[in-house]
Design a protein around this ligand. Structure first.
Ligand SMILES: Cc1ncc(COP(=O)(O)O)c(C=O)c1O
Length: 441
């Protein structure tokens, strides 16, 4: 299969038309030319399992997977049917409680025992915002610590120092907090201290200097927004201990890792319980849903309405029916073992191909997500990624794969996502395409 710009004419036409009415032609910054979809993105006609089809009938093995939610692939039958049936049987929203909400909450708690009580939202950004606000309310302190290169959504509470230019970061021992979005008042940045990840000594010093100002540390327990960076051995346990020592809340943003790193997320995999957990993405297998929660003690003020939680669409029937069915699907025997086996086969296979081709590549993986950095060194924090990951080579690789029917997100600091719909045949075909691409590179 070979895809060139010659057979994307219909995508071009439709993208141009969209730009006349949809600002920029896309409705998220990661979907357009500025995110690397050059010179214009493929316009999608349909998805089916592990495959995507664009409007020019080009077929791709998809590893974008909606940026993580599609853990069961496109249009998973049981989830789609459950959603349709729930709407037909009940309706799609009530603005009043109903039983399925409790049933889903119980299933989440079964996987994440640290979430004794939880609340639902519609997106990860809302849920991380709620988590940070809750930490501030509970501690009476305003500042949070977040890590360079991590992403917790697009709100003014957390969108700082997400993939800035290396030269703007400031000294490693005293990083600058850089608002990622124009329109965020510079004054807000004073409420966020940024730190390089995976550096216990530096964090210990920062906490010593700011101990009475910090409400919480928010972290992805496995960095999945500057490629994929696992925690250094013992690092998450260190975060748990030092936050207890200083009476600061530990928030795990498991929006990506939650249902992917293991059945019970990174907190199960690394055996570390945070105070607050945030889930989204794979929770609803592509239907919009999110949740945050923690121990009874932590959630008490929210439960008693002393901390605001609102949202017209929270826990709507579509979100709950999707989550209910998704969690049941994921609990079928062998699901995580199969995902692990296929993901390992692909990531190892790619690593071997590039080793044979003498091109330095780091395939860094946890569970069903990984990134291939064109870097001579392992990547342990954002500054490594910004310094060593070869942007041009990754972009070229992405284009070569796309021309061979394998779709990756073009950001060199993105990731590959697998789903239960990917098959051995998909992995073999992908490895063949990578072999070809490696020759061309
Ligand atoms: C770790 C993490 N947290 C939060 C978010 C925000 O979630 P959403 O896009 O659903 O608002 C994302 C989105 O990519 C994420 O990766």
């Amino acid at each position: 299969m070979s895809i060139s710009l010659d057979n994307t004419t219909r995508s071009y036409e439709l993208f141009k038309r969209a730009q006349e009415v949809v600002a920029g032609g896309v409705t998220s910054i990661v979907r357009g030319p500025s995110a690397g979809w050059l010179p214009y993105p493929p316009v999608i006609q349909r998805g089916d399992g592990s495959h995507l089809y664009d409007v020019d009938e080009n077929e791709y093995i998809d590893y974008v997977m909606g940026h993580g939610p599609l853990i069961l692939g496109h249009r998973p039958k049981n989830v789609t049917q459950a959603v349709a049936q729930a709407i037909l049987d009940y309706g799609n929203m009530f603005a009043l409680p109903y039983e399925m909400e409790r049933v889903v909450a119980e299933k989440i708690r079964d996987r994440f025992p640290s979430m004794e009580l939880l609340k639902f939202n519609n997106s990860g950004s809302e849920a991380t915002h709620c988590a940070v606000r809750m930490a501030r309310a509970l501690t009476g302190r305003n500042k949070i610590i977040k890590f360079e290169g991590q992403y917790h959504g697009w709100t003014d509470a957390v969108e700082y120092s997400y993939q800035p230019a290396l030269k703007d970061l400031g000294p490693r021992t005293a990083p600058r907090t850089i608002p990622a979005a124009a329109g965020t008042p510079m004054e807000f940045a004073q409420f966020v201290l940024t730190q390089p990840w995976n550096d216990a000594d530096l964090l210990r010093k920062t906490l010593r200097d700011h101990r009475h100002e910090i409400a919480a540390i928010i972290t992805e327990p496995i960095m999945a927004n500057s490629g994929v960076i696992p925690p250094a051995p013992g690092y998450l346990k260190f975060l748990r201990e030092i936050t207890r020592e200083y009476d600061i809340l530990l928030i795990f943003d498991e929006v990506i890792t939650g249902l992917r790193a293991a059945r019970g997320g990174a907190q199960e995999l690394y055996d570390v319980k945070p105070d607050i957990t945030v889930l989204a993405k794979a929770l609803g297998a592509g239907f919009p849903v999110a949740a945050y929660g923690g121990s009874r003690a932590v959630m008490d003020a929210v439960a008693r309405d002393e901390i605001l939680h609102a949202g017209t669409y929270n826990a709507n029937v579509v979100a709950m029916a999707a989550t209910n069915a998704t969690l049941d699907e994921l609990d079928k025997p062998g699901t995580y073992e199969n995902l692990e086996r296929l993901s390992a086969k692909l990531a190892h296979g790619i690593q071997e191909i590039f080793a044979r081709a003498n091109i330095p590549v780091q395939a860094q993986r946890v569970g069903s997500f990984f990134q291939t950095y064109f870097s001579p060194k392992p990547i342990r924090e954002y500054r490594d990624a910004a310094q060593y990951a070869d942007v041009q080579k990754f972009r070229r690789f992405q284009q070569l794969l796309r021309a061979r029917g394998v779709l990756l997100y073009p950001n060199p600091l993105g990731r590959w996502f697998l789903s239960t719909a990917h098959t051995n045949a998909d992995i073999e075909a992908t490895l063949n395409a990578v072999e070809d691409a490696a020759q061309d590179l």
